[in-house]
Design a protein around this ligand. Structure first.
Ligand SMILES: [Zn+2]
Length: 184
């Protein structure tokens, strides 16, 4: 059993079936590496389970893509030896080496999209996020191996061939938090 990471989320349904924000959503020139949990900016993000913080960094930035706002990520290693990347934070309340407890607030949901910079030339999934008012979210990824970040990987999307090594569908992990089914 794990804890749902965003108590203030619009829904506790994990996006699936190719819907916006679902895992491995085909975004035309890229695939989505996690799931997006839409929530108001500055909603609290909780650790799904007890874990060690092993990396922190920038998830999106306007230096990389103009319509992105600056957000951060936290990579943790869980008790079950999975790697979870929580991303698109406004702020992060933990440090590398910290042990975070299940349910502990680790940061706050950030605003990813700067809508005034999204236009008809932006990727369609970005235009749709603007139309739907989904500008802030937790982006959540699960890996069986420690992920390596490379040029083919940006902003929670995969631009390369194949899949990032060790990447898992986070759906079962998150549904476990809602329904208590052991899937991992
Ligand atoms: Zn995402």
């Amino acid at each position: 059993m794990t804890t749902w990471p965003v108590p203030g989320s619009e829904s506790e349904e994990v996006p699936g079936g190719g819907k916006p924000g679902s895992f491995w959503e085909d975004r035309g020139d890229r695939f989505h590496c996690g799931v997006d949990i839409y929530a108001p900016a500055m909603s609290e993000v909780l650790a799904c389970e007890t874990a060690e913080v092993i990396d922190l960094g920038i998830a999106t930035s306007p230096e990389e893509v103009s319509y992105w706002d600056t957000t951060r990520y936290v990579l943790v290693k869980t008790r079950s030896n999975l790697y979870c990347r929580y991303a698109e934070f406004a702020d992060v309340l933990v440090h590398i080496g910290d042990r975070v407890l299940e349910g502990q607030v680790i940061g706050h949901v950030g605003t990813v999209i700067r809508p005034h910079l999204v236009d008809g030339c932006s990727p369609l999934y970005i235009q749709r996020l603007k139309l739907d008012g989904h500008l802030s979210m937790l982006h959540f990824e699960v890996y069986r191996l420690r992920p390596g970040y490379m040029r083919a990987y940006s902003g929670g999307n995969w631009f390369g061939s194949g899949r990032p090594e060790g990447l898992l569908d986070p759906g079962p992990y998150l549904r476990n938090a809602v329904h208590g089914i052991e899937n991992y």
